[in-house]
Design a protein around this ligand. Structure first.
Ligand SMILES: Nc1ncnc2c1ncn2[C@@H]1O[C@H](COP(=O)(O)OP(=O)(O)OP(=O)(O)O)[C@@H](O)[C@H]1O
Ligand SMILES: [Mg+2]
Length: 240
């Protein structure tokens, strides 16, 4: 279980993440949504240890991990798929999957992770993870590496970004399968209604604060009613 207590991230007098409390139960499916710039990626990076909080604590299975490095958190079972994944010149997709898995994996096993993200394994397994891959391809390979890590908590930052409709459908099936099999906790940052509707719990993060939390039926109507013709009242309260 992930427990975030009073977590804050303040940069240059701006409260990017502001006293956030959040509980992600084991094997749950949680989606964090909210306006651009609301603090979602910043919160994910604090959980993964990529950024250091200016206040508060993070507990994982009861252990305070606030001071632990990214590598230590990864070893404990937390993984994160970047909103904008890096590319690795000179490394093949197969190598990247094997590094993620942390052990030698068979050709078929490596290919199975690509299939889960809607990529034709035969076409991609020997490709270099460099700039020759399209944005959607590199994003899906990144998601495949998160799957290959088989962590207890998988965090995906806008997995839908740049992904075509067909691959997106496959991807949502994969998330649903993981959840149905209770293989891991899934924490997805997303703006996509279809992903939001898969979740057990929706968290709305705006201005660095949690402004709503609950089931899809409770929170989704609130999200829709708070958005008026491109001017999101959660984001710019009083400014329009
Ligand atoms: N290191 C930093 N220095 C200054 N501002 C920052 C820093 N990191 C994040 N911010 C700002 O904090 C806010 C939250 O950024 P974040 O990337 O967490 O938003 P987000 O909710 O993920 O948005 P999006 O939906 O666009 O991905 C933004 O206004 C961003 O510009
Ligand atoms: Mg983001």
């Amino acid at each position: 279980m992930l427990e975030i207590k009073n977590l804050s991230y303040r940069v240059e007098n701006a409260d990017i993440v502001n006293s956030v409390d959040l509980l992600v139960p084991d094997r749950s499916f949680m989606v964090i949504t909210g306006p651009n710039g609301g603090g979602k990626t910043s919160l994910a990076k604090l959980v993964m240890g990529i950024s250091t909080p200016t206040g508060g604590s993070i507990f994982w299975d009861g252990q305070d991990i606030t001071a632990l490095s990214v590598t230590q958190r990864a070893r404990l079972g937390i993984s994160y798929g970047f909103q904008q994944p890096p590319r690795f010149k000179g490394m093949k997709v197969r190598d990247l999957l094997e590094i993620a898995a942390g052990e030698h994996i068979s050709h078929d096993k490596a290919c199975s992770y690509l299939t889960k993200v809607g990529l034709c394994a035969r076409d991609y397994i020997e490709r270099d993870v460099d700039s020759s891959l399209s944005g959607g391809e590199v994003k899906r390979i990144e998601i495949a590496t998160v799957l290959a890590r088989r962590c207890k908590l998988m965090i995906f930052d806008e997995p839908e970004a740049g992904i075509d409709l067909w691959s997106f459908a496959r991807l949502t099936e994969t998330f649903q399968e993981i959840h149905d099999r209770k293989e891991a906790s899934i924490l997805i940052i997303s703006h996509q209604e279809r992903i939001i509707r898969l979740a057990d719990e929706i968290v709305l993060l705006a201005g660095g604060k949690i402004t709503a939390k609950g089931s899809v039926d409770e929170v989704y109507p609130q999200i829709v009613s708070d958005t008026v013709a491109g001017c999101n009242r959660l984001e710019v309260k009083g400014a329009c």
